[in-house]
Every structure is written in C-alpha cells, then in structure tokens.
Design a protein around this ligand. Sequence first.
Ligand code: HPA
Ligand code: ZN
Length: 336
Amino acid sequence: MTPALYELPKAELHLHIEGTLEPEMVFALAERNGIELPFESVDDWKGRLQFASLQPFLDLYFASSIVLRQEQDFYDLAAAYLTKAHGQGVRHVEMFFDPQAHTQRGVALDDVITGLKRAMDDAHAELGITGGLILCFLRDLPVESAFATLDAVSPRALAGDIIGVGLDSTEVGYPPEIFTEVYARARGLGLHCVAHAGEEGGPEFVEGSLDALKCERIDHGIRSLQNPALVERLRESQVPLTVCPLSTVALRGVSTLAEHPLPRMLEAGLLVTLNSDDPSYFGGYIGDNYIAVQETFGFTDAAMAALAMNSIAASFAPAARKAELRAAVAAWVAAR
Ligand code: HPA
Ligand code: ZN
C-alpha cells in the first residue's frame, strides 16, 4: 500500500539532480558513454555510502557524475527522478544542477540545460509537475568561473529556462561574500537567489547569504540555531529554510534523526520545509524524509500537512499555482 505521506502533495525545493543518480544508472550511463568507472560494481558503489562529513560525500557525488555526458543522459536522469518524486507526492520541484561539474569535463552547457528542461516539460505534460531549474555555483571554484557560467546561461535565464541561482559544494572556507557581485548580476537577470548556508558552516554563513547575496531562501540553515538574534531575524522575516533531515544524519551533522533540531526550529516559528537533497546517497526520497520525521518525532498528520503547506509557501510558484497546491493539501487532510 502506498504510504499516506507519499500521497501528501508537496513541493521539493532542495534537490540536486546529480544526487538522484542511482548506482544502476551510473553503470548504465558509463556503458552508454564508454566511461571507465573507479567502482567495480553497484555493490561496490553502495558500500561507499558512509560519510564522515560533507567532503567524502562530495567526492563520491562528483566521481559518479562523470557518466553524464550527453543531453539524453541529463534527460534520463531527470525523467527518472520526476517519475519517482511524483510517486512520493511531489507536485512542484525547483531542481538544483551543478553546470560547472559538467562543463569542466567538456560537456556543453546547453546540453545540460536542454536535457533537464525537456524532462521537466514532459513531466509537466504527463504528470502535472510544475517547477524550474536552479543553477548552483560550486563555491570552491574561482569566482571567475561562476561569472563565466552565469554569462553563458544569461540568454537561457532571460528565456525563463532557469529560474534562479544557488551555491553549493564545500562550505567551510568559502564564505558567501565571495559571490556578492555574481548574485547581483543574477538578480539583474531576474533570477531568484538561494544558497546553501549553515550546513557545515556557522550562522555567519546564513547572515552573509541574507546580507551580501540577498537570498530569498536558505538551504539547510540548521546552524542558525547557534545565534538567537539570527533565529529572531529568520522568524520575523519568514525567510524559508530548506531542511534535509536524512541528509543531515548521513553527513553526520547530527548523530541520529532524534537529535535533529527540526522540532526546535518549528517551535521557534521558522518557516521550515522538508526535502531530500541527494536521495540516492542519503537513503531516501522526499516522501521517505516525511515518513522518517513523522516516525521519529511523532508529528500528527496535521503537522505533516503544515510542513507541506510550508513547502508551497516557500516555493517560487505563481500565486495561482500555490492556491491549487494548497487546495490539494487541504483535500489530503480532509480525507484523513
Ligand atoms: N551540500 C553542499 N553541496 C552539495 C550537497 C550538499 O548537501 N549536495 C550536492 N552538493
Ligand atoms: Zn544540498
């Protein structure tokens, strides 16, 4: 039987499409593209899913991403994710992708975007999923590379093929202020601005993302709790935090889900959403995150529906679409 929380309509706002690369697809695409992998088998790959921190995860994530070469690879990756996500209640998705990870291997930027966009268009037509693409800059690459990437995508940004920019990869040592001018230029193109902050970095990374980058949402942000003044600011402004519970456990941000600060964040009045981050690596897609949270914290169905409502409020969907999605959540509650 389909779990009820898979049927709860929701938006996914923190999802790296490269992090949905399942090991079977890693090997299938390696064969399609004639790429030699540093892993022996699917089991060998799965055996590496133990991470002491963010960096060892990123090493496996980028090592696996080398199989993505052609437009069709990006299409197949996103189509597989969208089908699976739809089965777990995703009705709207704002999908991260890491163009620099691919262009530095010689993949054409247009092939990445066209493949992902084609899968999103097909998912809209066939499954009714709405959303858009958010281009993430790798914060540990030189800022000049971020500028060059932004300039290269600007025609597609103006065409609406990309809805925003984000910032990911190694956090500590790469404060948000490095990207102040890049984000100013992105805003000039009409792009939304989000950034990973407060995953491994401290609350000052969240403050810098708000002040220097003018972010509308913060990805993770859990370390904001270390600074009461920042918590008050986030409560007052209702800037959303896209929390990824299974990810934070897998990357040892907390030792067990029971120790996750989610309940404290909600009690503090923060606008928190649940997301999957890199589901192939962290043991579950978004519905699995909802289920783990309910089981761990004993939240009621109404509380879970409130989290889904948060995901809609925090999304960049147009007002009419938000109204439709809210009605769908209300219908789920009414049927419980
Ligand atoms: N953190 C930072 N960068 C990332 C992540 C993450 O969880 N996933 C993919 N890139
Ligand atoms: Zn992330």
